[in-house]
Write a protein that binds this ligand. Structure first.
Ligand SMILES: NC(=O)c1ccc[n+]([C@@H]2O[C@H](COP(=O)([O-])OP(=O)(O)OC[C@H]3O[C@@H](n4cnc5c(N)ncnc54)[C@H](OP(=O)(O)O)[C@@H]3O)[C@@H](O)[C@H]2O)c1
Length: 264
């Protein structure tokens, strides 16, 4: 799943959007980062030799700088990008920064997300919570994707990974015996919304070479769930790397986790 899918050693500039930065290390000692930084550190380390340049998105400057420094120390060609996905100007500035630093963009990983807090059932969730969750998890993806799209269109091997979740799968929720149980209403629906967007982007951009997919990292121990997840960040990161490094004849418009296809 790793090196074999890297493809030809063409120059790639990878923009990593808002994947968790240094705060996990600060809070938990041994933990280097959440899904995103583990992914960068373990999976991309060494790929600079193939021409990868990685933009690490994180809003907090200290966390961003520390994450970039660690990645560089591990041999990865990394630079920091400070986008707030809910802010047009911030995202536009991020696109400019990437163009300046990397000269283009091949892989966009839309990773930023919020849960909106718990509890969060359909009968109790506040409309304001729904708006906030959708603003980050859905509108943020649209905002970022569209800002980066000129660079994606110009890339020889563009990939867009939307980090979704199996809790966004209506098929799983409605299949007897699957047992997803009560999941956060706004968060879960935001991932269903995101999955729909993956499909609609592929429909609109079907005449391009951009491969766009949704990926689920599985229940991973990160800030998002108070570190209750059962998968390690490294395990959670694998699917994003897989989708980021798909070969040119790889799938598009799909929903995947480590085990294969996730039903919509
Ligand atoms: N962990 C799981 O079990 C699990 C399961 C299924 C799917 N996922 C998905 O996997 C992805 C990564 O999640 P994670 O577990 O690594 O969670 P995480 O550690 O909470 O990371 C989410 C990141 O999103 C960033 N973010 C939130 N709002 C933002 C905004 N407005 N602008 C820019 N960045 C923003 C956060 O940055 P700050 O640190 O600055 O707040 C944080 O770094 C998410 O899309 C999540 O829905 C996770």
């Amino acid at each position: 799943m790793e090196q074999s899918n890297v493809g030809p050693p063409v120059a790639r500039q990878t923009f990593r959007l808002a994947w968790p930065a240094q705060h996990h290390l600060d809070r938990r000692g041994a933990r280097f980062g959440g899904v995103g930084v583990q992914q960068l550190r373990h999976q991309f380390a060494g790929r600079s030799a193939l021409g990868w340049r990685i933009g690490v998105g994180a809003r907090d400057r200290r966390r961003r700088d520390t994450a970039v420094a660690k990645l560089r120390a591990a041999g990865t060609d990394a630079f920091g990008v400070p986008p707030d996905v809910t802010d047009d100007a911030s995202v536009a500035a991020a696109a400019e920064l990437i163009a300046d630093h990397a000269g283009g963009l091949d892989v966009l990983v839309n990773n930023a997300a919020v849960t909106g807090g718990m509890p969060q059932t359909p009968t109790t969730v506040a409309p304001a919570t729904v708006r906030a969750v959708v603003e980050t998890n859905v509108s943020g993806v649209i905002r970022v994707t569209n800002a980066m799209l000129p660079m994606s269109r110009a890339s020889a091997a563009p990939r867009i990974d939307n980090m979704s979740s199996s809790v966004g799968s209506l098929a799983l929720h409605t299949t007897p015996g699957i047992g997803l149980g009560q999941v956060p209403a706004a968060y879960s629906a935001s991932k269903t919304f995101l999955n729909a967007l993956t499909v609609h982007y592929v429909t609109e951009l079907g005449d391009t070479n951009i491969l766009i997919n949704s990926g689920c990292p599985g229940f991973t121990a990160t800030d998002l769930n108070g570190f209750r997840g059962v998968r390690t960040p490294r395990q959670g990161a694998a699917i994003a790397i897989h989708l980021a490094t798909l070969p040119d004849d790889g799938p598009t418009g799909g929903f995947f986790d480590d085990a294969g296809t996730v039903p919509w």
